[in-house]
Design a protein around this ligand. Structure first.
Ligand code: PXL
Length: 280
């Protein structure tokens, strides 16, 4: 069978287990050919560290696309994460036009827990909302969903009707499928809920709610989801594979929660992810 090929466009944070250092190994383990495009190089991620270095590599993005196009390369998928600047959002939109054959998965990555990440503002959030309109699948958390829709963030106490209506409004941005992560209806359970505008179906998958917050779990989830979707899994299977893998990665990190706050030990759980794909 022809190997699926995905490009992933996001930053390379050298320390901290997020973005490319998570997406590349996870999707490679899933059997995809992964072509990474670093948008920037940072010494660490920006959540919890201070004085990180940041080198913008935006200039190279159009050049890489032009070269790949002239070399006749095609892609089954494009997944995007932390981009770093509004200019970069425009460049990624150009990639979407240059490689129309690819399934496009956009993780907004600009906010969490009701707050924007340090490097971003409302203008950036609006730019990402525009990019989400050009994607096939978007993967916001509840904070990003609220910012993109210009609504108040509802941290808890919502019900299924609220989440379903939120998902409908998110697909109104222009994408076909919206997935929201970090959904908690019952304090004992946490999961992801998806809506496919084309079929009108909702999907959901929940696991036990582990009351701890690690950085980078969103990137782990989106990498597994993007890999599964590009491999041709159904949305229901993709949700289960991605939620289970994220939960297992969090559990593997719990014994070291203090020392390992910056990211999860997703590497040690890769064998389980590979098994989950084989048992489909
Ligand atoms: O995990 C998301 C992410 C990715 N890359 C960088 C970040 C963050 C979140 O803060 O700072 C550089």
């Amino acid at each position: 069978m022809k190997q699926k090929r995905i490009m992933t466009i996001q930053d390379l944070s050298c320390f901290g287990k997020c973005s490319l250092t998570v997406a590349h190994p996870i999707m490679s383990a899933m059997g995809l050919e992964v072509c990474p495009i670093p948008t920037a190089v940072l010494s660490t991620h920006t959540a919890g560290f201070q004085n990180w270095t940041f080198r913008d590599l935006g200039e190279d993005l159009p050049r890489i696309a032009a070269h790949w196009k002239s070399a006749g390369l095609t892609f089954d998928g494009i997944s995007t994460g932390y981009l770093g600047s509004e200019e970069m959002i425009g460049m990624v939109a150009d990639y979407f036009k240059t490689f129309p054959e690819a399934l496009k998965i956009v993780d907004p990555v600009f906010a969490d827990n009701g707050k924007l990440y340090p490097a971003f503002d409302e203008v950036y959030a609006a730019g990402i909302a525009g990019l989400c309109g050009q994607a096939d699948v978007i993967v916001p958390n509840l904070t990003e969903a609220a910012y993109m829709l210009g609504e108040a963030y509802v941290p808890s106490g919502y019900d299924e009707a609220y989440i379903h209506a939120l998902l409908r409004r998110l697909t109104g941005l222009g994408c076909r499928v919206a997935v929201v992560t970090g959904v908690i209806y019952d304090p004992a359970r946490q999961g992801a809920v998806a809506y496919d505008r084309a079929s009108g179906e909702f999907f959901q998958y929940f696991r036990e709610n582990i009351d701890v917050s690690f950085h980078g779990t969103g990137d782990v989830f989106t990498s597994a989801l993007a890999g599964a979707v590009v491999l041709g899994k159904s949305m229901q299977d993709a949700l289960r594979i991605a939620v289970d893998y994220t939960v297992e990665s969090i559990k593997a990190t719990m014994p070291d929660v203090k020392e390992h706050w910056y990211g999860v030990k997703f590497e040690t759980c890769l064998p389980g992810l590979i098994r989950a794909l084989q048992t489909e």
